[in-house]
Write a protein that binds this ligand. Structure first.
Ligand code: MRU
Length: 364
């Protein structure tokens, strides 16, 4: 059975509660945008693509149940208000913002300067258009991830193993089926390498403080029987130096115009070490993670999470009482450290090529 973070059929949305993994596989029903907002904020569902999909599909569920209206103008304001709420859940990933813009455009509410509040459009047609737009996102994400996996694997093999043989890679956080519609981004590349018989081993970091690596990535890798080894975050430099790692592959929450990339905290230090040791460093993400509207990583809003994620483990306090905590969920890797490339469904680009490559193929 395939591992699914999101189960959707028209009118029904369920998420795998990732707070209970790896011990319990429990699917929770989401019937409204506000329930989706809470699930995203509490990290029952997480990972940039999955956050966007759950947000969009929760809106589809409400619209199918008849919420919003009567009339096209009221329905449009309803969609706008629900998307505004969703966007407040977690600030760093760009995918939900991109999905919101696409849904607003489908609702005919994309351009705030135009007067779109006239009620002349058929409410049913508008409702149907927004629902279809949300539902199509699931399929597209899965398709894009498979392409990312194949393009990334091909590129890495050509670069680090041109005369054949297997590669050893290191990844951070969770970028697999649990973070997407399925297959995954950086972990999708790992899957593709494995499927081709070219993966010797993947090292996955524990990813403190929330442990996406040890709880989620390790779970996926064991589930898929991919040869994998878990390491503490603090063992990453040693692993790169001593364990024959040929490439580092991570995901992204937001990639901006100059190629600077926000991803799970700890990514930056991995990139510094990789550069020091001459190990190619790759970012794998769909183009929906790219935000060409921001010039550099300095402009990316970085989410700070509650101190308890750092001071406590499964409800048990492990840090000295009274200590102050800084708990950023993400950090920004400067583009010059992304030495392998940025793997998207549209191709593999050097950071400085991204803006030109994407602006000819997508609207960002
Ligand atoms: O805080 P999280 O678990 O949502 O952070 C997830 C990451 O940083 C992932 O690397 C990123 O969202 C890409 S997931 C395909």
């Amino acid at each position: 059975m395939t591992l699914e973070a999101i189960r959707y059929s028209p009118g029904s949305l369920q998420i795998l509660d990732q707070l209970q993994l790896p011990h319990v596989c429990h699917y929770e029903d989401l019937q409204s945008v506000s329930q989706a907002w809470a699930a995203i904020r509490d990290m029952k569902v997480r990972g940039a693509p999955a956050i966007a999909l759950v947000g969009a599909l929760s809106l589809a569920v409400e619209l199918r149940a008849g919420a919003g209206g009567p009339g096209a103008a009221v329905l449009r304001s309803f969609v706008r208000a629900k998307l505004d709420l969703l966007l407040s859940a977690r600030p760093t990933a760009s995918n939900l913002g991109r999905a919101a813009r696409t849904l607003l455009a489908a609702a005919g509410a994309g351009d705030p300067d135009l007067h779109q509040d006239d009620d002349d459009e058929d409410e049913g047609a508008l409702r149907h258009r927004v629902i279809r737009c949300a539902e199509d996102m699931m399929e597209k994400d899965l398709r894009d991830n498979r392409t990312i996996g194949d393009l990334g694997a091909r590129h890495i093999l050509e670069r680090v193993a041109p005369s054949g043989g297997q590669v050893t890679v290191l990844t951070h956080c969770n970028t697999g089926a649990l973070a997407t519609a399925g297959y995954g981004t950086a972990l999708g590349v790992v899957r593709s390498l494995h499927a081709q018989g070219r993966l010797e081993r993947v090292y996955c970091t524990e990813t403190r403080p929330y442990n996406q690596g040890s709880r989620l990535t390790a779970f996926e890798l064991v589930y898929e029987a991919i040869p994998a080894t878990l390491i503490a975050d603090s063992a990453a430099a040693a692993a790169l130096a001593q364990r024959g790692v040929t490439a580092v592959i991570v995901g992204a929450d937001r990639i901006v115009a100059n190629g600077d990339t926000a991803n799970k905290v700890g990514t930056y230090q991995l990139a510094v070490v990789a550069k020091h040791l001459g190990v190619p460093f790759y970012v794998a993400a769909p183009s929906s993670s790219c935000d060409l509207g921001l010039a550099s990583g300095r402009d990316i809003p970085i989410e700070e999470r509650p101190p308890q994620e750092l001071t406590d483990l499964q409800g048990i306090r492990i840090a000295a009482p009274g200590i102050e905590v800084w708990n950023p969920a993400f950090d920004v890797t400067p583009h010059e450290l992304i030495t392998g490339g940025i793997i998207t469904e549209l191709g593999v680009f050097a950071p400085h090529e991204l803006q030109a490559a994407l602006s000819t193929t997508t609207s960002s």
